[in-house]
Write a protein that binds this ligand. Structure first.
Ligand SMILES: NC(=O)c1ccc[n+]([C@@H]2O[C@H](COP(=O)([O-])OP(=O)(O)OC[C@H]3O[C@@H](n4cnc5c(N)ncnc54)[C@H](O)[C@@H]3O)[C@@H](O)[C@H]2O)c1
Ligand SMILES: O=C(O)C(=O)C[C@]1(C(=O)O)C=C[C@@H](O)C=C1
Length: 364
């Protein structure tokens, strides 16, 4: 028996999910496209097994339906699906960056023997479209699921099992709680990045040295300002009441800094940096929390090609399991820092000794 997975909106997130499922034993992936050229593209890039422009053809005999369109379209699709004779036991989920409104919409619908479970993979990028899709996008990321209280546990388990293919870790949350937290740690940073870039752009219009000198700090904090405008319009409008509260708190943070500077309060400024540093260094990757922690090493790396491969091979040769690698660039022509993440503390300890023996500068 083949399990059919229908993906509506095969872009960055839908395409990445499709790549996680496609080719796995017993799974077949159909992509729904709203324009013919997109259906062609999904097939030619090998992201789905088949593609269709018909909602019915994609949905009718599907076991799982993933809605991966912009947040502003999710409810429209869910309502349309609720009017179709879907396969009994079918699980509909979504990947929208907000969860309360789609959960509320699902509660108003008559979905006999069909279960809706909201979802949100906490991974992504500033890129969009199927061109940016990757089967590795969700590896080691958190994947939030927001099952309604009356959803059968079996349906929840079935979706969680399917999502094992993403190598993400499932976190179960209430939709409103999700929107508060994700508003703060994802949506607010996007607003701040965009506002900052636009502020500097205005200065740069009068003096182009602003963009010439913009270095690591500006680039690090503003990467997400290049995110897709339509995707983010929908997210921010959908989470509007949370965002308005968070922006008022943000104003207070800005006012506090204004106060410190006006008062020439050096101790206060140091204190603000100390506090931020200590919280940031405890972000969940390192903390023992609701999900398996990662153990990180940072090493200085020279900026030359092949360095990631060389280090990964050296560790692999010693049977040390590496979970994730990231280069944290400061500037393109100077040495960067490589972050190596391990699931097991013992792997981290062994990697540290090996890399020190190879004369790398290693920080835990
Ligand atoms: N970008 C991220 O980092 C990220 C992370 C997690 C979740 N999400 C959520 O995932 C969803 C998709 O975002 P994405 O980043 O993959 O965007 P994307 O632009 O890469 O993909 C959007 C998909 O929706 C389709 N689409 C657009 N307009 C449509 C329309 N009118 N009718 C039908 N289909 C249409 C597009 O063809 C595309 O396949 C959003 O709900 C977003 O909130 C995004
Ligand atoms: O890494 C990025 O570029 C992202 O914007 C990913 C990010 C985030 O803010 O962390 C963005 C939106 C999501 O819904 C989830 C994750």
């Amino acid at each position: 028996m083949t399990t059919k997975i229908a993906i509506f909106g095969v872009g960055l997130i839908g395409g990445s999910l499709a790549l996680c499922f496609k080719g796995k034993e017993g799974l077949t992936v159909v992509g729904h496209a709203h324009r013919p050229e997109l259906a062609q593209k999904y097939i030619s890039r090998g992201v789905v097994d088949s593609a269709t422009l018909s909602v019915e053809e994609a949905a009718l005999d599907a076991d799982f339906i993933f809605l991966c369109v912009p947040v502003g379209l999710l409810e429209e699709y869910l309502i349309q699906l609720s009017k179709l004779p879907l396969k009994p036991g079918c699980i509909i989920t979504d990947v929208g960056s907000t969860k309360a409104s789609i959960a509320a919409c699902a509660l108003t619908l008559d979905l006999p023997d069909v279960h809706f479970i909201g979802g949100h993979p906490m991974a992504g990028s500033e890129r969009s479209g199927v061109e940016a899709a990757s089967s590795l996008l969700f590896e080691n990321a958190y994947y939030v699921l927001t099952p309604p209280p009356d959803v059968p546990e079996e349906a929840y388990r079935s979706l969680s099992s399917l999502l094992l293919h993403t190598k993400a870790q499932i976190v179960r949350l209430d939709p409103e709680h999700h929107d508060e937290i994700v508003g703060a740690i994802s949506h607010l940073p996007h607003i701040i990045a965009v506002a900052l870039v636009n502020q500097i752009h205005a200065y740069d219009n009068k003096d182009s040295l602003y963009s010439t000198l913009a270095a690591g700090g500006f680039r690090d904090i503003t990467r997400i300002a290049s995110s897709d405008p339509v995707i983010w319009r929908d997210i921010l409008l959908n989470n509007r009441s949370v965002m308005l509260r968070l922006l008022k708190d943000w104003n207070q943070e800005v006012d506090a800094f204004i106060g410190l500077l006006e008062a020439g309060d050096g101790t206060g400024i140091e204190q603000a940096f100390h506090e931020a540093n200590s919280f940031r260094s405890q972000l969940p990757e390192r903390r023992k929390g609701i999900i398996t922690p990662l153990f990180d090493l940072h090493i200085d790396v020279p900026d030359h090609p092949g360095i990631i491969g060389r280090i990964a091979t050296e560790l692999g040769d010693q049977g040390i399991n590496l979970s994730n690698v990231q280069i944290i660039e400061s500037r393109e022509d100077v040495p960067g820092i490589m972050r190596l993440s391990f699931r097991q503390e013992t792997d981290m300890e062994r990697a540290k000794i090996l890399l020190q023996q190879r004369d790398y500068t290693v920080y835990v």
